[in-house]
Design a binder for this molecule. Sequence first.
Ligand SMILES: *Cc1c(COP(=O)(O)O)cnc(C)c1O
Length: 412
Amino acid sequence: MSILAAHGGPPTVDVPGPHYQWPTVDADLERAVIDQTRRSLSDRDASGVIGEFEQAFAAFVGATYAVSFATGTAAIHAMSRVAGLRPGDAVIAPAYTFLATATPFAFEGIQVCFADADEYGNVTADTLAAQLHPNVRAVIVTHIWGNPCNMTSIAAFCREHDLLLLEDCSHAHFAAWDRQHVGSLADMAVYSTNQKAITTGEGGVLTMNDHRYRDLALLFGHYNKRCQTEIDPDADYYPFAYTGMGLKHRMHPLAAAIGLHQLQRAGQIEQRRRQILDRLTTGLAGNPVITTAVVPTDRGRHGLYVIGLQFNAANATVARNEFVKLCLAEGAIEVDVPGSTHDISAEPLFARTDPHAPYRRVTTTPANPDLPGVRRFQDSFIKIPIWGYPGDDPLVDGYLATLIKVSAAVAA
Ligand SMILES: *Cc1c(COP(=O)(O)O)cnc(C)c1O
């Protein structure tokens, strides 16, 4: 067995950093941006690149409408208002997610109840049901790290209890459940286009099939000209077209140009990323220490945001964080325990019931400290990039070799 780099052996990955850059900035992408600078740098309506990007995005995810925003967080904020949620209402959200799945609801004074996770880090109909109470009006799910939630049972749960179903698909641009694109079973879905599989640099997209929701989404981010020309003039909300509801959160045309370019090569991105995910999954199959965390393909299709790994502490002589350190020493510098995606349920923001309350230090006790699924998932999870660009072969090979080498060295 070869000697670990941490013990003086040669490192496995001999590629200078950085080891992950996204998107791939090549001459084509540069041309798309330069062309847009000559076309327009501020679009007041959807007649230019904003409309082209939204149409392409809706077609990509199989939604009737897509409305673009400056960030995914802004899109989730708009979604909370379009859903008609108000102070005193409650929404059930995952405890294990990126903070922005839930923070816009807290901003509005909506109570957030946090649901536990399954073995993939996702909420289930059962963990959602455990948080149900009379004020709950909606559910938001995250397909965390690209693994789709069980949307069949979650949609049935929401129908049974008359709850709106919202999805945070920011990790799940290429994901499907039961052959249907994620987002399509919900009332509305958000896709952050920050550094996600399809990226605009900064940005977010809200998708829906309901025309009224689409008009309201325009009112919550795109006031004046766009609303006046696009929303239904006979609707009860038309008098607000000029002012909107007071906020402007629209996407930058250069971001839309980058997104449109990414969507045009979505097929290539998906093909290469799926190949890499399969390669790692096959290469680590049966490994007692480390395997990929991917839902069985007969139910769900992975969203291709990152590659999630499951560390099996029972079969190792070292703890998870020590395993990661040994991988880093091998030169696999992107082997990572996620820093900002974790249990968010105890954040003081969610303890504020009045959004206009003064900013005081509060001692928070989470409403539901008992989240055994979240703890289990969080304590055993590691992620690596999924790459998906020309020249990524040495990294894919090197990271797989590192995981195999280190797991062999620490196997109990
Ligand atoms: C990135 C992300 C967001 C926030 O989107 P921004 O575009 O960064 O505002 C929300 N939810 C999840 C799960 C994310 O990963």
